[in-house]
Design a protein around this ligand. Structure first.
Ligand SMILES: [Zn+2]
Length: 88
């Protein structure tokens, strides 16, 4: 049985509490953005917008899932855009 089934998952960092670690939606292995050893995952694609990281596509080494990570830009989801805070 050889199924090259690459399921793609979506992770929104805005919905994750903590330091940005999240479990792989498929196998549950903890993926930490600060882990640069690439033992658990590797980054296959990065998208930048105005020099800010907008999107990241990572590959889980454990199950082979492709995980798209968004939400690096806090204003992305347009959550009731607050007025520009210009400290009083
Ligand atoms: Zn996985």
């Amino acid at each position: 049985m050889k199924q090259a089934q690459r399921t793609e998952y979506l992770i929104d960092l805005n919905k994750i509490e903590g330091t940005g670690d999240f479990p792989c939606p498929n196998c549950g292995v903890i993926i930490s953005p600060e882990d640069e050893t690439e033992s658990v995952y590797s980054i296959s694609e990065t998208k930048l917008r105005d020099e800010s990281l907008e999107q990241l596509v990572i590959l889980c080494h454990r199950c082979g899932s492709k995980i798209r990570v968004v939400g690096f830009l806090s204003s992305q989801s347009g959550t009731a855009e607050t007025e520009t805070e210009t400290g009083s």
